[in-house]
Write a protein that binds this ligand. Structure first.
Ligand code: SIN
Length: 492
């Protein structure tokens, strides 16, 4: 079988499929360059005293505006403690207190401290090092880095029969495969500001849609409120939400708290709520800062990545405020998959951010994404372990379409960023669609087609829900916990 994607989900699928031979293609070498390795948040798991998977599931549903698949949410929350133990058994060192108990952090949308970390805010890096080493030593996995997926081969009866990949020196190679797992990550690189790496360009999703797989919830795109605003370019480093869990707060240029009176959980409101607040404030000409000067001196041990990033920009967050801005962080939508990771296209499976099982609903809860990669990746690998179908001959190849030229890419980015931000309107969505459709170089490219696939459901969904917030919503209400609430306690 073939797995495409070297992030946490792809590595977990590959490991769990043993002893079935796996060819793993990834763009980056080892763990570096993946969104998983950049993750500063940790892994949410109900392992603390008095905590329970049901509470974790409830927080996931509330953050997701109850747009979630409830069974998937329960499975994820129930499997979380075991996922942490499994990673520890592979060699991940989770942060512990002197008495040996796991240190638990708190992030937005969680009703309590529930996040385990390894190396503080360098958790993604630590966990990925361990997984990459395990995969590199796994005799059943042949890992080919520096490769991108170009095309999917389909058999006469329309099922997956092979892949064509391009290597780093431009060579293209076909490979027969009856099972193809896409774990290609998100879409942030299509936007003007993102915490994602360059490889998160949506190409895996675009190819799957072109091959006939169904998409789901494509309009639900999460903006993280606190990307570092001082960096140039559109790939902005993250300032972890865990800092707010440790006492930091969001303030305006005068130092006035931005989240006060906006939501009962204040700075720890679900991400969509916080991102909207900052977006509104910045659109009105204001600036936004994270004031972490209140974080206790001993707690800074947990934030080596933030300290080093700030130091590179001449900021000491123990005495200076950190400039922050919302940026695209996570795609809740993706290739529609069932609870086993199966897509609507026979032989195509998807997992992690490129997939949509419904587990994250309309807005992902903090620190549920590494968790999803581990839990769903392992489950999918185990399911595929015993399937040994021989691939049918390839009847035809499907690629996503031509690459947009750099000018068209810039325009697509501009339209997507304007229309699919934390605040949306029918007018801006329709304008973005018309502009892309009306520009043949944009509309004919795979990036343009993918952009239209994201915009169309956003235009069609007239009511706000989670990260999809329509300022022109007829009711002016948001849906949370299955109940329409006046914008979930937010100030409109
Ligand atoms: C963060 O650390 O703020 C991000 C964690 C996540 O993506 O859940």
């Amino acid at each position: 079988m073939v797995v495409v994607g070297g992030g946490i989900a792809g590595l977990c699928v590959a490991l769990a499929a043993a002893p079935r031979p796996v060819v793993l293609f990834s763009r980056s070498r080892g763990a570096e360059g993946t969104a998983s390795a950049m993750a500063q948040g940790g892994i949410a798991a109900a392992v603390g005293p008095g905590d329970d998977a049901v509470f974790h599931a409830a927080d996931t549903l509330v953050a997701g505006a109850c747009h979630n698949h409830v069974g998937a949410v329960l499975d994820l929350a129930l499997a979380a403690p075991d996922a942490v133990q499994w990673l520890a058994s592979l060699g991940a060192h989770f942060d512990c207190a002197d008495d040996g108990r796991l240190c638990l952090g708190r992030e937005g949308g969680h009703d309590r401290a529930r996040i385990v970390h390894a190396g503080g805010d360098a958790t993604g890096h630590a966990v990925m090092q361990v997984l990459a080493a395990a995969v590199a030593n796994a005799p059943h996995v042949h890992w080919l880095a520096g490769h991108t997926l170009q095309a999917i081969g389909l058999s006469a009866d329309g099922r997956v029969a092979g892949v064509r990949v391009r290597g780093d020196v431009g060579q293209v190679a076909p490979l027969a495969a009856a099972d193809l797992v896409l774990a290609t990550g998100g879409i942030g690189a299509l936007f003007g500001a993102t915490t994602n790496p360059e490889g998160a360009d949506g190409s895996g999703l675009a190819l799957a849609l072109a091959a006939g797989a169904e998409g789901r919830d494509l309009e639900f795109i999460q903006w993280h409120p606190t990307a570092f605003a001082s960096s140039s370019g559109r790939h902005l480093p993250l300032i972890t939400e865990a800092l707010r869990g440790a006492g930091a707060s969001l303030v305006d240029e005068q130092g006035v708290p931005l989240m006060q009176g906006t939501h009962p959980l204040g700075d720890l409101a679900p991400r969509d709520v916080v991102a909207r607040r900052l977006w509104r404030h910045r659109r009105a000409g204001g600036q936004s800062w994270l004031d972490a000067r209140t974080v206790e001196e001993t707690a800074w041990r947990q934030f080596p990545s933030v300290l080093s990033l700030c130091a590179q920009h001449g900021i000491d967050p123990r005495s200076d405020r950190i400039p922050v801005t919302p940026a695209v962080h996570f795609h809740m939508g993706g290739i529609a998959v069932g609870q086993q990771g199966e897509s609507s296209l026979a032989g195509l499976h998807a997992v992690g951010e490129v997939a949509c099982s419904g587990v994250h609903g309309a807005n992902r809860l903090a620190s549920n994404s590494l968790l999803e990669g581990v839990v769903c990746g392992r489950a999918l690998g185990a399911r595929l372990r015993s399937r040994g179908e021989r691939p049918a001959p390839v009847r035809h190849w499907v690629d996503a379409g031509p690459e947009a030229d750099s000018e068209s890419r810039e325009h697509i980015t501009m339209h997507l960023t304007a229309a699919l931000g934390p605040l949306r309107s029918g007018e801006s969505l329709a304008a973005a669609m018309a502009a892309i459709t009306g520009g043949p170089a944009m509309a004919g490219s795979w990036q343009g087609r993918l952009a239209l696939a994201l915009l169309a459901p956003a235009l069609a969904r007239k009511r706000s829900r989670g990260a999809h917030y329509r300022v022109d919503s007829t009711s002016g209400h948001n849906i949370r916990q299955g109940i329409e609430t006046p914008a979930y306690g937010e100030i409109a």
